[in-house]
Design a protein around this ligand. Structure first.
Ligand code: ATP
Ligand code: MG
Length: 581
């Protein structure tokens, strides 16, 4: 039974690779699942034999003693196998989905780092919770039962083959209908209906939200009833599709039961001819074979529904497969940087899905401990340059080196070299202490108080009733924009990276707070490289060098004094900036 997971022909990165992982556990889960049904069948087989044997007055008590022991053994082993199988398969699925989530976080983290997010928060939540849950269900409810049923199917047919090849062939066909034909038919018939059902449901949601928002317009134009009518029509359509799906399910289930009835009858007839006799002797086997048929219903009945559900999972899987790949090899650094000098060599960068070149042939050297301001119009590529420095993006051409090593090859160890403060630093809903220890997990409370003092928050935190244990964002306690930035700075100080990248760290603050914050930043980061991306010129005179990016290139570059005295364009910008503030 082949499940077509991806329609678009692209390599599946989310289902098959993970089936290979934890292979041992997976095999064990499937084997235990098989044993559960095997025990159930064996129990009935034994019981059937035992009943007939007991009824036919056995000449020796041992003849029924062994079946009694076996009945007990299979009676106990069935629930035990089932229980252990549940434990193993859920363990496997949880391990696997935790890996899937990790993979997803890695992809999204890269995307979120510089807020160049291609996905909206809602999508991300959807991806995290729904799609991965769908995958989880796909394994537990579809793939496992199908493999187990497939195994049983093969074992039954081969097992019967030992008694009579023609009857094995007959079962191959009859069981084949329930294991192969009905599931395929379900996917074909109801798959398309489910697709339509989903489409109509989405449309309904859209119509409803649109119209609720604009409900007053409908009412004022006295066309309210028209709207209700059109809505009801769509709803009716949905109900009809629902009805069709259920009708098909019911009919299919009847056919399934009929087939199993036929299978039971066929086994009865076959066993009757194979083990002739009125009672006693070979005839004892008849009930054994016939009764074995019934527990198998449990294994085969859910298959059609399970196969049908693959339509629901297909969306999730293709959505996951559309995400960009992260290279697994990025964990380990290729080699260690020999310094923290940053160097862009004839760097050109174009976003994959865009035609415009953002940076073209840009060369730039940032020596250790330099204080560099990067200016430029909105959209000129400043944040893109920052992402390239942090190794989150790969140059299209040319190189971006940190201490001689390409930034994108540093992988996760980049966090030892470069710290980032964003426009809106994110604080997590946990204690102040935990929020700061993100920078350095092992930081002692003394270290934390020290950095809080450096960023000018010690007093404020001391005055809080719970001090460092105060929950951030707890009702009534909100940090102001400036305080958030200071906390972010404290984090970076704990992280103690030699390079700190500030991407417009003060946007949205009032000029006085901004001024104070920048002073703190530059004071405490004195002995580090600072790369400061900014829109306006306030405080730029504190920098060693200022560069302007325009049309993907360095337009101006020089010390503040040089630019101030020798560059008319800069003087003009400076005047405008001062005037605007
Ligand atoms: P601002 O000052 O507004 O923050 P910026 O100088 O930081 O602007 P970037 O964010 O680097 O500008 O963007 C440079 C150009 O690249 C813009 O034209 C932007 O539309 C484009 N761009 C940014 N991110 C992506 C992306 N993920 N895919 C395609 N194009 C992008
Ligand atoms: Mg930017």
């Amino acid at each position: 039974m082949k499940l077509s997971m991806t329609d678009n022909g692209q390599q599946d990165q989310w289902v098959r690779p993970f089936l290979k992982k934890y292979k041992g556990l997976l095999m064990l889960a499937i084997f235990l699942g098989f044993l559960t049904f095997f025990s159930a069948g064996a129990l009935m087989f034994n019981s059937g034999y035992l009943i007939s044997r007991a009824a036919s007055l056995p000449e020796n008590i041992l003849l029924i003693y062994i079946p009694i022991v076996l009945t007990r053994a299979f009676g106990i082993s069935r629930p035990v196998f089932r229980y252990v199988e549940r434990l193993v398969s859920h363990n496997w699925v949880l391990k696997m989905t935790s890996d899937l989530r990790l993979k997803l976080y890695r992809i999204l983290e890269k995307d979120a780092m510089f807020l160049k997010s291609n996905y909206q928060t809602g999508d991300i939540l959807g991806l995290l919770s729904e799609d991965i849950n769908h995958l989880q269900n796909l394994y537990l409810r579809t793939i496992f039962p199908m493999i187990i049923a497939g195994l049983l199917y093969v074992v039954i047919v081969i097992g019967l083959g030992f008694f009579s090849w023609w009857f094995a062939l007959c079962m191959l066909l009859l069981l084949g209908v329930t294991v192969v034909l009905l599931p395929i038919l379900s996917v074909l018939v109801n798959g398309a209906r489910q697709e339509r059902q989903k489409g109509t449901k989405n449309q309904l949601y859209k119509i409803l939200t649109d119209n609720i928002l604009g409900v007053s317009d409908w009412v004022f134009s006295q066309r309210g009833s028209e709207f209700v009518l059109s809505y009801e029509e769509k709803e009716k359509e949905l109900r009809e599709i629902d009805g069709e799906i259920k009708k098909f399910d019911r009919r299919r289930d009847v056919v399934f039961q009929l087939f199993f009835g036929m299978i039971a009858l066929a086994v009865l007839i076959w066993a009757g001819t194979r083990f002739p006799g009125n009672h006693g002797g070979a005839a004892n086997w008849i009930a054994a074979f016939v009764l074995t048929v019934f527990p198998l219903i449990d294994a085969f009945a859910p298959l059609s529904d399970a196969a049908q559900e693959t339509t629901i999972y297909k969306d999730s899987i293709s959505r996951l497969n559309e995400l960009p790949e992260v290279e697994g090899a990025k964990e380990a650094a290729a080699s260690n940087p020999n310094s923290t000098k940053i160097e862009a060599r004839q760097l050109t960068f174009t976003y994959q899905n865009a035609s415009r070149t953002v940076l073209s042939n840009l060369s730039l050297e940032i020596p250790e401990k330099e204080k560099l301001a990067i200016l430029g119009r909105s959209g000129s590529g400043k944040s893109t340059l920052a992402s390239l420095i942090r190794g989150d993006l790969q140059p299209t051409q040319g190189e971006m080196l940190i201490g001689g090593v390409p930034a994108d090859q540093l992988g996760d160890s980049i966090t030892e070299y470069i710290g980032v403060i964003q426009q809106k630093p994110y604080l997590f809903h946990t204690t102040i202490l935990n929020n700061l220890r993100i920078g350095k997990e092992s930081a002692s409370e003394e270290e934390v108080w020290h950095v809080l003092e450096l960023v000018g928050l010690k007093k404020m935190v001391q005055q809080l009733p719970d001090g460092l244990q105060t929950m951030v964002d707890e009702a009534g306690l909100r940090f102001s924009g400036g305080e958030r930035h200071r906390l972010a700075l404290a984090r970076i100080l704990l992280q103690d990276t030699p390079v700190v990248l500030l991407d417009e760290p003060t946007t949205g603050l009032d000029p006085i707070t901004e001024q104070k914050l920048l002073t703190t930043f530059f004071d405490v980061l004195e002995d580090k490289t600072i790369i400061w991306i900014t829109h306006h010129l306030q405080s730029v005179q504190k920098m060693d060098r200022i560069i302007f990016i325009e049309d993907g290139q360095l337009m101006m570059s020089g010390t503040p004094e040089e630019l101030m005295t020798g560059n008319r364009h800069f003087q003009m910008l400076y005047r405008i900036d001062q005037g605007l503030n």
